[in-house]
Design a protein around this ligand. Structure first.
Ligand SMILES: *Cc1c(COP(=O)(O)O)cnc(C)c1O
Length: 429
């Protein structure tokens, strides 16, 4: 530890010096540069720029919800809802949560929605509500989903990332011979998938699942409600980590479930009430409530910046390819155009397999604007190695880094990539 702190402070100085030459848009997002140890690595220390100020809205919420008379309370307890909005007890559902659920359900044209304390808990709550014996999942599914299914001892039947209808159909027929009841087997979709962004034949899969009378759940975190609305394509239940693009500044840990059918929504709401897993801070809900409205604008900027960064990477001799369905050269580009039409801030870069890993890692460490961090969808640009757990779809060769383009001025980001490449990959470039 004693040896580490000076190095971090030197890095803070380097970031500050680099920022001094950046445009106001970029500086507003990054300044003041804090020692990450002092702020526990939080991207929005109180008072940080516009994003920080905007985050201070919202009530405190309360556990006790007060009723004027016993009869009012009895009626609320019976239906689980207070006459003022929210639940009869403030821990599982506040009026702020109620409001954001109504907004999201309307955007997705669902019957209703629930909010959970994380994207993963939204997934877990949904799966638990139906307690299937097996789930058909894509090979590029969000990693922690696998850990959850293992823990629940739910059988994972993997289908290839980017699967076509025919192959999916034969996998489903095989699974159906073992799990014949509707509640025993769930079809789970995530598109574009995590880390490598393959896209399956969505309409094909949905039609096959509907024909087999199976329930379909889609993780729509990549797209958000702006790029894709799964219920309109015949999906039964949408889950979304609103931690990501809807929140947009890394300060709304939450996940939402939007259901098309009232019976499905009821089962999910019952699961939340039984487990107490619906407790989400009202401050989080009110931030989310307002931020949802600017998702499209932010997503467009993330996408435009990602396109500039991809363009830069494709010109570098140390890169063998960029994984992004936005590229006309991607095998998933046709599906991308049909379903999503525009990208987001995410893309992955495959480095030349003969490059030593330590050079690529030195490149990452030489970056000033890109932070090493999990999650994505916020105002800051991020980078992280892709370590995918694949069974049926091989990864490209070589070191793979996933980037998230933040809301900075793209010219500053390109300059940062350029200086880090010169410092760490100079002899290869
Ligand atoms: C991040 C993510 C989640 C989980 O969200 P958390 O709020 O971090 O739990 C779920 N699905 C996908 C595709 C994600 O990227």
């Amino acid at each position: 530890m004693a040896g580490k702190i000076p190095e971090i402070l030197i890095k803070c100085e380097a970031r500050r010096a680099f920022l001094a030459l950046c445009s106001p848009a970029t500086r507003r997002l990054h300044e003041p540069v804090s020692d990450p140890y002092a702020v526990c690595g939080h991207p929005n220390p109180a008072g940080l720029g516009d994003a920080g100020r905007f985050s201070q809205t919202g009530s405190w919420g309360q556990s006790s919800v007060l009723f004027p008379k016993l009869g009012t309370y009895r009626a609320a307890d019976k239906c689980g809802r207070a006459p003022y909005g929210g639940a009869e007890y403030g821990v599982p559902l506040t009026p702020e949560a109620d409001a954001v659920c109504r907004k999201m359900a309307a955007l997705h044209k669902g019957h209703g929605a629930v909010i959970c304390p994380s994207g993963l808990s939204a997934i877990a709550t949904t799966i638990d509500a139906f307690s299937p014996q097996a789930v058909l999942i894509p090979d590029n599914v969000y990693g922690p989903m696998l850990r959850f299914l293992n823990r629940r001892r739910i059988k994972q039947i993997r289908y290839p990332a980017g699967v076509g209808a025919e192959e999916f159909h034969s996998l489903l027929v095989k699974a159906r011979s073992e799990y014949s009841l509707r509640d025993e087997l769930i079809v789970y979709i995530e598109a574009p998938g995590s880390g490598t962004f393959e896209i399956p034949d969505l309409d094909g899969i949905i039609a096959i699942a509907q024909h087999a009378k199976l329930r379909t759940i889609m993780d729509n975190t990549w797209a958000s409600h702006v790029r894709f609305r799964p219920l309109e394509h015949g999906i039964d239940i949408v889950v979304q980590a609103t931690t990501k693009y809807e929140g947009g500044y890394g300060d709304t840990p939450s996940g939402m479930v939007i259901a098309k059918h009232p019976q499905d929504l009821q089962r999910i709401a019952d699961e939340l009430r039984a487990t107490g897993n619906g407790a989400v801070a009202p401050t989080t809900c009110s931030r989310l409530y307002h931020r949802i409205d600017s998702t499209e604008e932010r997503l467009n900027q993330h996408a435009d910046t990602a396109a500039r960064l991809i363009e830069w990477f494709l010109q570098q001799p140390f890169v063998t390819g960029v994984l992004s369905p936005t590229l006309a050269t991607s095998p998933y580009h046709e599906r991308f155009t049909r379903y999503f039409s525009k990208g987001n801030g995410l893309f992955s870069v495959a480095f030349r397999p003969d490059l030593p890993a330590k050079h690529i890692e030195a490149f990452v460490d030489a970056l000033n604007l890109f932070w090493v961090a999990e999650s994505w969808g916020g105002h800051l640009s991020l980078v992280l190695p892709v370590h995918a757990n694949r069974e049926v779809t091989p990864l490209p060769e070589g070191y793979i880094l996933r980037f998230h383009a933040g809301l900075e001025d793209y010219r500053d980001l390109v300059r940062d990539l350029q200086q880090a490449a010169e410092a760490a990959l100079g002899e290869e470039g």
